[in-house]
Design a protein around this ligand. Structure first.
Ligand SMILES: Nc1ncnc2c1ncn2[C@@H]1O[C@H](COP(=O)(O)OP(=O)(O)OP(=O)(O)O)[C@@H](O)[C@H]1O
Length: 636
């Protein structure tokens, strides 16, 4: 390519550009953070590629970023000597949105959301943020390893298209020149740029250089001014934040670093920074975000932890470093032991990685336990007390996946769980709280699963528990059913679904009640037999129960059976679910049930009883039309 070519942006880029320039206007200065971050990434990439090919360093082994401006021309230039771009890479990377997640996300945003700077910020608007302050951007670059004549110039005014042409560029790396808009001229100031770099880019591990300024007296006693010299000075700390001693890092710096790596505008709820020594040595800096990203439920989604080896960036999204149920954690792990050329496949098998994973998991659980402790600490500030609740509302359901995924930490995880219950509509009841409130003689932790809180609360199965004042946990997360399979007991007390098996309230039921129930069952026997016969295709069994107070009937499954709720969920998800034949339990004291014996419509009533029990727990009759017909035949 020698001719100038004009190419169009991918449609999504044009869209993103529009969003960026219209939504991020209130926080313009972030463009510098984004461009410096790209420059630093480009240097990381060079260092990484050079591990296998030292010649890529050419004659410039010291990686750095330079920020310079020209007041007259009203330009600001960010230069790095990193990996650079080939012509094709410039076309591909600066004309499209490479990250498929971002592209997909953009498509999903509604009109209103598109104005939401926070949402957009999650994606790191990256290079295109330059257009917040510039009406034209020129990128000149040469990829490491290519000849000087194979440089590229890319220019665009951020409208529909961009131009590319071949240039000769002796020095490796990339210069991004922003032709600033008139109203962005205040960025042409050493002081201003230094303060932005200090705020956002201090921790970048490369030196960021700017030309030194000097005071120059004015001639003929006219006022003097600061003028630029030819000498360059480093204006950031230039050491990776996590490699500094904890005591030298302020909370603001930790928070700023978090925002940088997570693209999150909100401060994190907590963080932990540790140097782990021993058989495996590493530094961990892990954060718990205060809100969930839009794609939290995608288990394939990128993990949030970056891997470094001895301060050299190795990879983003190293999923081997934390179990999947902690995929919301963001941060950095810097290992002293792993080889620099470690691959994703190798990570899976490495003993060091296993140690890091175990250590980091423990650390995250520790952070969560601390937050949970604060919740109950009367001396804690209101804001701190609220943190665990905030965490749980965002990530509680993901944490539950850990019950099935991380057996070694199951007990610690179980203590971190919170549920709604018959005493609390919000998920604030811990299993420990529940146990502390158990009635004398109560032998199990009772729970019910349902699609919604209302369905759970109004379930007929709860009637006897309500009457006896026994608390029942109400579970409405989709993951509950699955997770509960892995939590058979808590601290020695079995977990018991109130929709499974016969209720045995043990010593909570007095002798008179038990006796009355047995007698009722005896006199009711002939009706039971008829019911079993009438419902033999639907119900595995029919029996008299004491768990109902106001309702005529309910459905339960046997102790070992799959719950109806789980079977429904599997079906909805298009998976094969075994046919669950429930047990119909009837309340022999209920007028409708009493009426059965003498009714001419026994068969209809029996079926209605069954279908209504199904409806009451959020299911649907297998043949809804038949149900309607039966009810109507009784109504007329
Ligand atoms: N200074 C640079 N040197 C080399 N390549 C660059 C440079 N700046 C940008 N690029 C290339 O352009 C691509 C797009 O950059 P952009 O900032 O839009 O997204 P990103 O850096 O991939 O994402 P994010 O900003 O969210 O980390 C980068 O992935 C990189 O390949």
């Amino acid at each position: 390519m020698s001719e100038k070519q004009t190419l169009s942006f991918q449609a999504e880029v044009a869209q993103l550009l529009h969003l960026v320039t219209h939504s991020l206007y209130s926080n313009k200065e972030i463009f510098l953070r984004e461009l410096i971050s790209n420059a630093s990434d480009a240097c990381d990439k060079l260092r990484f590629e050079a591990l296998n090919d030292n010649a890529l360093y050419e004659d410039a082994p010291n990686l750095e970023v330079r920020v310079a401006f020209d007041k007259e021309a009203r330009t600001l230039t960010i230069t790095d000597n990193g990996i650079g771009l080939s012509q094709q890479e410039a076309i591909d990377n600066l004309g499209t949105i490479a990250k498929s997640g971002t592209r997909e996300f953009m498509g999903k945003l509604s009109g209103d959301q598109k104005q939401d700077a926070q949402l957009i910020g999650q994606f790191g608007v990256g290079f295109y943020s330059g257009f917040i302050v510039a009406d034209r951007i020129t990128v000149e670059s040469r990829r490491a390893g290519l000849k000087a004549e194979d440089g590229v110039r890319w220019t665009s005014s951020g409208a529909g298209d961009f131009e590319v042409e071949t240039i000769t560029r002796p020095q490796r790396g990339t210069s991004v020149t922003l032709h600033l808009r008139e109203d962005a001229a205040d960025y042409l100031s050493t002081w201003k740029l230094k303060s932005i770099i200090g705020k956002y880019s201090d921790h970048i591990s490369l030196p960021i250089l700017m030309r030194k300024e000097e005071w120059k007296e004015g001639e003929d006693n006219k006022g003097g001014e600061m003028v630029l010299t030819d000498e360059w000075e480093t204006v950031n700390q230039a050491s990776a934040l996590w490699s500094r001693p904890k005591k030298d890092i302020t909370p603001e710096q930790y928070q700023e670093f978090y925002k940088q790596i997570s693209h999150d505008h909100e401060a994190p709820l907590a963080w932990a920074h540790n140097r782990v020594e021993g058989a495996t040595e590493y530094v961990q800096l892990l954060y718990i975000p205060s809100h969930a990203p839009f794609d939290l439920w995608n288990r394939e989604k990128a993990a949030g932890v970056k891997l470094y080896v001895k301060r050299v960036f190795i990879m983003d999204e190293a999923e081997a470093l934390l179990p999947s149920y902690l995929r919301f954690v963001k941060g950095v792990i810097d290992s002293a032991d792993l080889p620099l050329n470690v691959s994703r496949e190798l990570l899976q098998e490495s003993r060091d990685v296993r140690a890091i994973r175990e250590g980091s998991t423990k650390r995250v659980l520790g952070m969560l336990e601390d937050l949970a402790k604060q919740e109950k600490d009367t001396a804690a500030a209101e804001e701190d007390k609220a943190k665990y609740g905030k965490f749980y509302a965002e990530f509680g359901a993901v944490l539950k996946e850990g019950l099935g995924e991380d057996f070694a930490n199951r007990d610690r995880l179980a203590k971190l769980l919170r549920f709604a219950s018959t005493t609390s509509d919000t998920a604030t009841v811990s299993l420990e709280d529940y146990k502390a409130r158990m009635k004398d003689g109560q032998a199990a932790i009772y729970y019910i699963t349902a699609d919604t809180l209302a369905a759970a609360k109004n379930s007929p199965q709860l009637e006897i528990f309500r009457k006896k004042g026994i608390e029942v946990l109400l579970m409405t997360d989709r993951v509950d059913e699955w997770a509960l399979n892995y939590l058979q007991e808590f601290d020695g007390t079995p977990m018991q679904s109130v929709a499974k098996g016969a209720v045995d309230l043990g010593t909570l039921q007095d002798e008179a009640e038990k006796k009355a129930a047995e007698e009722a069952a005896e006199t009711f026997k002939p009706v039971l037999e008829k019911l079993k016969e009438a419902l033999k295709d639907k119900a595995q069994d029919v029996r008299v129960t004491t768990r109902l107070v106001d309702s005529p009937a309910c459905l339960v499954v046997t102790d070992s059976g799959m719950s109806m709720q789980l079977a429904r969920m599997l079906k909805q998800a298009g998976q094969q679910a075994p046919e669950v034949k429930p047990v119909l339990e009837v309340n022999a004291e209920h007028p409708l049930v009493k009426k059965l014996e003498s009714s001419d419509h026994f068969d209809d009533l029996a079926n209605i009883l069954f279908d209504q029990a199904l409806l009451a727990e959020g299911g649907l009759p297998a043949d809804p039309a038949a149900y309607v017909r039966r009810v109507n035949s009784l109504l007329v």
